[in-house]
Design a protein around this ligand. Structure first.
Ligand code: NAD
Ligand code: UDP
Length: 331
């Protein structure tokens, strides 16, 4: 029997495809190009098939359940390596596995890229800057990272992965990209991932106490998922952007307490604010210098915080209604 194969221009592998960013990236690439194939790989640790439901019957999408700590043999042209739990609650659940995912996962995906000649992008993080002594953080800053604390499995794992990417580039001429992602939010975030945006929105929608850790004066800069992914794809597509890591994030810096107030206002919630202990090594400030992204990629974020939070609130609102409906139906 003759097998029909789409005459695709390229095959793109996305690891961590069932997660928050990975699922949006699969959809974005398939919507943008009508002649590429996307293979999504995930071990479903912190991601869900639910995020990919609408793609499961897509003729140019294929899902493979696989753990990136094991080697993978596929013929592909591009790899977006996103596989790694990203929220403190998830990555601290099994810290040794988190290090394995970052380090062994990077080696396995870089070996795949080396074998196939594929271009490969690493989803790195602002966590490589640790608790920064300078702000905003630019790519030349080496960071201030505790190597033995509870966040180290993630921070040091990601730092080692960056080292591997630059060594495979120098030693084996692999065509690499490294994106340093700052806090990103939007629909499809895991409701139980403990991240500040999902926690505050769910607490506000349920009129439960808003859990501010510490005194809430620590800062973060929140980027809407659509903006982040546009920067990520531009980085992958730019042949001149591989020799440096590139910060992608929204430079609008606010305190955690201010974020709580904005979410309370947007949801019209009756929640009170509860102050709780600040987890150890929680960075006090985080704000990207995006000069490089502007120059290299002509990129800057477009979605302002209130607009992005509004879309995210809508998503969690529908999720609560869907879950409550299921519960009521089961009773
Ligand atoms: P996420 O937890 O929603 O997605 C990560 C995905 O990777 C999940 O689907 C998970 O099941 C999968 N995964 C974990 N370990 C794996 C393994 N060993 N093998 C295969 N799959 C595995 O997180 P996210 O927010 O979508 O983050 C995606 C990437 O972006 C991560 O590498 C993260 O470090 C990076 N990042 C995200 C942010 C952010 O704010 N969202 C910030 C900085 C960096
Ligand atoms: N945070 C908080 N309440 C929560 C969850 C988080 O005050 O319910 C704080 C957390 O201490 C940190 C900031 O919000 O200072 C961002 O936390 P998140 O886990 O979203 O990301 P990260 O710390 O990795 O930037």
């Amino acid at each position: 029997m003759k097998h029909f194969r789409f005459p695709s221009e390229k095959t793109v592998l996305i690891t961590g495809a069932a997660g928050f960013l990975g699922s949006h990236l699969c959809k974005k690439l398939l919507a943008k190009h009508d002649n590429i194939e996307v293979i999504g790989v995930d071990n479903l640790f912190s991601g869900s098939r639910f995020n990919l439901l609408e793609l499961m019957d897509h003729p140019r999408f294929e899902f493979i359940r696989h753990d990136v700590t094991e080697p993978l043999f596929l013929e592909v042209d591009e790899v977006y390596n996103l596989a790694c739990p990203a929220s403190p609650v998830h990555y601290q659940h099994d810290p040794v596995k988190t290090v394995r995912t970052s380090v062994h996962g990077a080696i396995n995906m870089l070996d795949l890229a080396k074998r196939t000649g594929a271009k490969i992008l690493q989803a790195s993080t602002s966590e490589v800057y640790g608790d920064p002594k300078t702000s905003p953080q630019n790519e030349a800053y080496w960071g201030n990272v505790n190597p033995i604390g509870i966040r180290s499995c993630y921070d040091e794992g990601k730092r080692c992965a960056e080292t591997l990417f630059f060594d495979y580039r120098r030693q084996y001429a692999v065509d690499t990209r490294v994106i340093r992602i700052f806090n990103t939010y939007g629909p499809n975030m895991h409701p139980d991932d403990g991240r500040v945006v999902s926690n505050f929105i769910l607490q506000a929608l349920k009129n439960e106490p808003i859990t501010v850790y510490g005194d809430g004066t620590q800062t973060r800069s929140f980027c809407y998922v659509d903006d982040l992914l546009e920067g990520m794809v531009r980085l992958m597509d730019n042949p001149d952007a591989g020799t440096t890591p590139v910060n992608i994030g929204n430079p609008h810096e606010i305190t955690v307490r201010e974020l709580a107030d904005i979410i309370l206002e947007l949801t019209g919630s009756r929640s009170k604010v509860d102050y709780m202990n600040l987890p150890s090594d929680d960075p006090l400030q985080r704000c990207p210098d995006i000069t490089k992204a502007k120059e290299l990629l002509a990129w800057q974020p477009k979605v302002d915080l209130k607009t992005g939070l509004g879309k995210t609130i809508d998503y969690f609102d529908k999720l609560i209604v869907a879950q409550t409906g299921v519960l009521e139906a089961a009773e």
